[in-house]
Design a protein. Structure first.
Length: 174
């Protein structure tokens, strides 16, 4: 299984896990769920349990469609529609397939990181509501930090793979 197909499978599995997650906790949630928190962790906004479940499910569905769709789109759109450094070099016919494969695969894996981020944040909100954790900030900031690190890792991979084009026309050094 390719990196891209594994990422697609992981996204679908995470969406199914999120559906199980909300279905498992939904009956235990109170009628009103806190959904927005101030910097100090105090609750600043709430919504009904039904809306919370809908927003969670809708967010997961949207992420699934966006990240699965982006991978398919990258493989099929014209090179002129892709904005990246040295597009002419990286999307030349002899490199186009490898470039598109890389972009599709890693964009899908960034979708996996994003889906994990949403599931983790929703889990923290539910655990707080069910009084299994005392403060959301204990978990929010480390989760946000991990997601930022995932974004930085993605940017570093992008910069590494799409390093500057040599001026003499030879292939970039590995």
């Amino acid at each position: 299984m390719t990196l891209y197909r594994t990422g697609q499978a992981a996204l679908i599995a995470l969406a199914a896990a999120a559906a199980f997650h909300i279905a498992t906790y939904y009956p235990s949630l109170p009628a009103v769920v806190p959904t927005k928190f101030a910097f100090d962790g105090s609750v600043t906004s709430t919504m009904s349990r039904e809306w919370f479940a809908g927003v969670y499910g809708g967010s997961v569905l949207l992420l699934l469609v966006v990240f699965l769709g982006t991978g398919l789109l990258i493989r099929n759109i014209p090179a002129s529609a892709i904005n990246m450094p040295n597009r002419g070099y990286w999307l030349a016919p002899e490199r186009s397939d490898a470039t598109r494969d890389w972009l599709a695969a890693w964009q899908t894996w960034f979708g996996v990181a994003t889906m994990l981020f949403v599931i983790a944040m929703m889990h923290v909100v539910m655990m707080y509501q069910l009084r299994q954790i005392a403060h959301v900030n204990t978990w929010f900031y480390p989760i946000i930090g991990l997601y930022v690190l995932a974004g930085l890792a993605y940017a570093a991979l992008f910069a590494r793979f799409f390093r500057p084009v040599p001026t003499d026309g030879s292939a970039p050094a590995a």
